[in-house]
Ligand binder design. Structure first.
Ligand SMILES: Cc1ncc(COP(=O)(O)O)c(C=O)c1O
Length: 454
């Protein structure tokens, strides 16, 4: 009290505040996407407004009753699932790590063989793959992070707040362009390289990284690491790889297959294939210093995911995941096909191109001329903020939220790049009639913008 009174007496009250770290200071302002979604969700009207901005999964495919059975089973079988309601460990439940290992080997995921798997270690994050990504940013030196353009804006924004510099490499229909990566590595100060962050089914674009590109990226990372005399980690984020539902696509190979020097860390999650609320993400890599530090960091956060969730997930993977994965993929395939049809029919004339529809649950649209950023007329139409009473006046006019592409491009290029004409829509959560309503709204917005521009 005395101190407070002293401060009141001698200082302006504005100065009487918390002293935050540099990172804390930067975290005072919500990220642009968080600001946008917060203002939308504040007055979101269920059944009227549509949110295609959030990355929620398809609720229909979450195995509620099977998870309830697994929960009961775990609690009833303490000989296998010891102390499931107690604290867990830093690297994760052995049952879960074994279940993941067997799931990979049984299904030949990534082409990983028994001996390769035996040479790797698995650790479970504290809170999904997100916490592993965050931990990596804590244990790796600040510097340049190489990632694709468009990029996973949530993580790149975190990295920037933590003092990393993002260097983006454009992608084509096969993923990050390795020719441009090579060129960039020749141009930048590679001494400053921190790590490569490669999302194998990219968010936002849903473009699947081809096997050739995976190999080339690992080879380029190996070359630059050897030149520098230190290992530059290659983080493959496989968040959406379990939901590649286009069966004509080549089976994705694990980056670990091409990794001669032990640079690759593969990150997976159970969020998309089982349930995000389990908050289980995992890393597979050589048992290196990097993995040891990652495990210690997980311990600092409060250990790996809640043990009961890990044990339930272990039981689920052992008994149900193979059949369940087929249903999940079928669910997304049906929605993707319906939405693709709607996009082509109603937005086709306005679009330069789009990607998505083979994996994950996003479509990424590039308009020919229409701008989509938060200052654009298209955005204003869909948020009912045009100032035109015909558009904004009727309170029952629905609003629609999407992720503007400008958030997914590097900050330097934000104003000039084609991100200004791009957007991501998510079809994970909403059902098909709602998706149709959304596309018709976007068509109305595009018509309005086109007429207004005349
Ligand atoms: C590319 C990417 N990585 C990681 C995650 C986070 O996964 P988790 O739910 O395991 O934290 C997401 C979530 O949407 C994602 O899009």
């Amino acid at each position: 009290m005395k101190c407070r009174a002293f401060a009141r007496h001698f200082f302006c009250l504005d100065m009487y505040t918390f002293l935050l770290s540099n990172f804390g200071d930067k975290s005072l302002t919500p990220s642009p996407v968080n600001q946008m979604t917060a203002s939308f969700s504040k007055d979101f009207r269920q059944g009227v407004d549509i949110n295609l901005g959030v990355g929620y999964v398809n609720d229909e495919t979450i195995p509620h009753s099977q998870l309830a059975e697994c929960f009961q089973y775990v609690l009833a079988h303490t000989e296998t699932y010891k102390n499931a309601l107690n604290y867990g460990s830093a690297d994760g439940s052995e049952n879960l790590r074994n279940a993941i290992r067997n799931y990979y080997l049984r299904n030949a995921i990534g082409g990983i063989t028994n001996p390769l798997m035996d040479s790797k270690t698995i650790c479970i994050g504290a809170n999904g793959a997100t916490s592993l990504l965050d931990s990596l940013a804590e244990i790796l030196p600040q510097g340049i992070v190489i990632t694709a353009e468009p990029n996973y804006y949530i993580y790149t924004e975190t990295l920037q707040r933590k003092g990393f510099e993002i260097c983006t490499i454009p992608e084509d229909s096969h993923g990050m362009r390795s020719d441009l990566l090579q060129k960039t590595l020749e141009q930048i100060d590679t001494e400053k390289l921190s790590f490569f962050y490669i999302v194998t089914v990219n968010n936002p674009s849903s473009i699947i990284l081809s096997n050739d590109r995976r190999k080339e990226i690992v080879e380029l990372a190996t070359k630059v690491s050897r030149k520098l005399g230190r290992k530059i980690p290659v983080i493959f984020d496989k968040a959406y790889e379990d939901i590649i539902f286009d069966t004509t696509i080549e089976k994705p190979l694990s980056g670990l297959l091409f990794d001669k020097d032990g640079l690759v860390v593969e990150l997976g999650t159970l969020s998309k294939i089982i349930a995000p609320a389990l908050r289980i993400g995992y890393a597979i890599a050589d048992n290196s210093d990097l993995m040891q530090a990652l495990i210690q960091k997980t311990s600092d956060i409060g250990f790996s995911a809640p043990l009961i969730n890990e044990e339930m997930a272990a039981r689920f993977i052992d008994c149900h995941i193979d059949d369940h994965a087929l249903k999940v993929r079928a669910g997304y395939r049906e929605k993707a096909n319906a939405l693709q049809q709607l996009i082509q029919t109603h937005l086709g004339t306005y679009l330069e191109r789009y990607s998505g529809g083979q994996a994950g649950f996003y479509f990424y649209l590039t308009f020919k001329q229409i701008e989509t950023h938060p200052g654009s007329l298209f955005f204003a139409y869909l948020s009912r903020k045009t100032g035109d009473p015909v558009v904004d006046g009727n309170p029952m006019n629905p609003r629609l939220i999407y992720v503007p592409g400008c958030f997914c491009v590097s900050q330097n290029d934000r104003m000039k790049s084609e991100g200004q004409r791009q957007l991501r829509i998510s079809y994970g959560f909403e059902d098909i009639p709602e998706l149709e309503r959304a596309i018709l709204l976007m068509r109305d917005a595009a018509e309005y913008v086109s007429k207004t521009a005349l």
